[in-house]
Design a protein around this ligand. Structure first.
Ligand code: HEM
Ligand code: HEM
Length: 191
């Protein structure tokens, strides 16, 4: 029977459970936005006070970060509706560690931009679209002491997540190159 023969000889490459295209698009788009937010704030360190370059770096930082927040909400809703593919067959402790890491990453994607916005509001500033005079109304009243606390948390969390994100990426590469399983392929677009 030609159909059965075709199925038996077909390569088995797509047989594993993978994330759906929307979840994959969210993941990699947000990876780029977080990378841009980090790069912009680091590059700002090389600029002089009052220069256009410094202003641009800060606006890029704030708006890529705000976009992360705007996308995390629909991303979580999508995940709640569509779920995630069944995990690779590893002991429960390994699967728990992976799931805990993902919860941590989602919390960061929500908390870090919110902290950034609240920090600005506490400092008496709003998130404005440059040149348009419109923006997000302040969510809290100015409070210099609170601004300092929020700034500290934003900075500490931002620095800590270099490590957490690095571990997450290294875990994915370890699965791919050392354990040779489908963990990374699950999150890559179907070829
Ligand atoms: C994924 C999102 C974000 C990440 C990863 C992130 C990360 C960071 C990091 C690493 C710093 C440098 C802290 C330091 O060492 O001084 C920083 C500073 C800052 N971020 Fe964010 N941030 C994000 C979103 C936002 C958002 C949405 C806003 C505001 C709308 C914001 C406003 C600021 C401000 C005002 C600073 C302080 C700059 C200064 O030193 O004056 N951030 N952020
Ligand atoms: C800003 C950086 C990143 C963030 C915030 C992030 C966040 C996340 C989150 C929240 C999940 C869970 C998805 C879900 O089940 O709903 C996830 C899964 C995944 N991420 Fe990332 N990620 C980042 C960077 C990377 C990088 C650089 C790689 C690869 C080198 C990677 C590879 C993966 C893989 C393979 C999965 C699926 C894991 C599994 O199914 O067990 N991620 N990521």
């Amino acid at each position: 029977m030609p159909v059965q023969q075709g199925m038996a000889t077909a390569p088995d490459a797509a047989a594993f459970a993978r994330y759906d295209a929307v979840a994959i698009a969210f993941h990699w788009l947000m990876f780029v936005l977080v990378a841009v937010a980090y790069a912009a704030i680091e590059l700002r360190g090389f600029t002089d006070k009052g220069t256009t370059a410094r202003m641009v770096a800060m606006e890029v930082h704030k708006w890529s970060g705000a976009l992360v927040l705007a996308l995390t909400v629909p991303r979580l809703l999508w995940r709640a509706v569509r779920g995630a593919p069944a995990s690779e067959p590893y002991p429960w402790l390994a699967r728990l560690a992976g799931a805990a890491m993902h919860v941590l990453l989602y919390l960061f994607l929500l908390a870090q931009p919110i902290l950034g916005i609240l920090m600005m509001n506490a400092g008496g500033r709003e998130l404005m679209v440059p040149g348009l005079g419109v923006g997000l109304p302040p969510l809290i009243a100015p409070d210099a002491a609170l601004k300092d606390v929020l700034g500290e948390i934003h900075e500490t969390l931002g620095n800590a997540f270099y490590l957490v994100i690095g571990l997450h990426a290294m875990a994915a590469l370890f699965h791919h190159y050392m354990l040779s399983d489908n963990t990374l392929r699950r999150m890559l677009p179907r070829r």
